[in-house]
Design a protein around this ligand. Structure first.
Ligand SMILES: Cc1ncc(COP(=O)(O)O)c(C=O)c1O
Length: 308
């Protein structure tokens, strides 16, 4: 059992979240009244897609990129969202307004294939049209993650080939990731470092993974991991700021020997990694200089993207 019980999604406690309002298929209701059917395709089968997004200054950061991923995934699984991007933005805007939220907000937008007529798998049994749920919380990533960094354990669960369940689906079914997370926890770490089918370092169970070696930023080729919005922003920022960046295969030897390592994701932006399989990463306690620089660049990018 992990002594500290840290996760990359630790947020500062905010009591306002006890009384949030949740969007369920066009209705915005108090948290305790928000319900979906036990026949819902998402509940029964994990048949749905979701996006995690953040609101700053009244604007959703990188909204277009999140919608590109969502609409591509839903098209690939023939899930008709029943609304366009403007419709989704409108639903998000109404939910934020009902909650009086404008800044430091995290949202989980969930779309499933809807309510089934019978408790079986066939998509034709999903007869209601999609179920759309929006949960928004006041959210500031916990500061202790920045100071200490998180620990990773390499886990037996791998990222599979795209023809099994493509890691690019941000699907309701996250069992592959949940198993990896459990394995990491059982190994005493905060999050699982997952390899690809060839044994190269790929990603973690909930975030994308980067290392820094001799001033170069490395991440996996991207073939087996979530096409993270934050991952792409970090790569773009490196390119725009003359920080050498490579999407390449590399092994645990190079990860253990890195000067810095960090995770990326919409929630935590860039979260430093201090330990992998019990081995200390680099000589910094907590965050290293390139990770810190990328955090600053990313913060500025979010501010530009969400200015009014
Ligand atoms: C498995 C996994 N990897 C990485 C990410 C990070 O993606 P993003 O940067 O778009 O939040 C997510 C987020 O949903 C994820 O589920």
């Amino acid at each position: 059992m992990n002594e500290t019980n840290q996760t990359t999604h630790d947020a500062e406690e905010d009591v306002r979240n006890r009384n949030i309002k949740i969007y369920v298929n066009g209705e915005i209701v108090p948290r305790e009244e928000a319900r979906i059917s036990v026949y819902d395709s998402g509940f029964m089968l994990g048949d749905g897609m979701w996006e995690g997004m953040r609101l700053y200054n009244g604007k959703w950061a990188f909204f277009d990129e999140h919608m590109d991923r969502l609409f591509d995934s839903c098209k690939a699984i023939s899930l008709d969202i029943g609304m366009d991007r403007d419709g989704i933005l409108d639903a998000l805007t109404k939910t934020a307004a009902a909650n009086g939220m404008t800044h430091d907000v995290h949202c989980r937008l969930m779309i499933t294939r809807g309510v089934k007529s019978k408790p079986f798998q066939h998509p034709n049994l999903s007869i209601s049209g999609p179920t759309i749920v929006i949960i928004m919380e006041h959210s500031k990533p916990a500061k202790h993650l920045q100071a200490k960094g998180i620990s990773l354990a390499t886990v037996p669960q791998v990222r599979g080939l795209p023809m099994s369940q493509d890691a690019k689906y941000n699907s309701h079914s996250k069992l592959n990731c949940v198993i990896a997370c459990l394995q990491a926890e059982q190994a005493g770490a905060d999050e699982g470092l997952m390899l690809d089918p060839h044994g190269f370092v790929n990603t973690t169970n909930a975030c994308n993974f980067f290392i820094v070696r001799k001033g170069e930023v490395w991440t996996s080729t991207g073939d087996y991991c979530m096409n993270g919005v934050t991952r792409q922003k970090v790569i773009d920022l490196c390119r725009a700021n003359d920080i050498p960046v490579f999407e390449k295969n590399y092994s645990l030897v190079e990860a253990y020997g890195a000067d810095e390592a960090f995770l990326t994701g919409t929630f935590g932006a860039q979260t430093p990694v201090s330990l992998i399989d019990g081995k200390k990463i680099g000589s910094n306690d907590g965050i290293g200089p390139i990770t810190a620089r990328l955090q600053d660049l990313y913060r500025d990018l979010v501010a530009q993207n969400t200015q009014s």
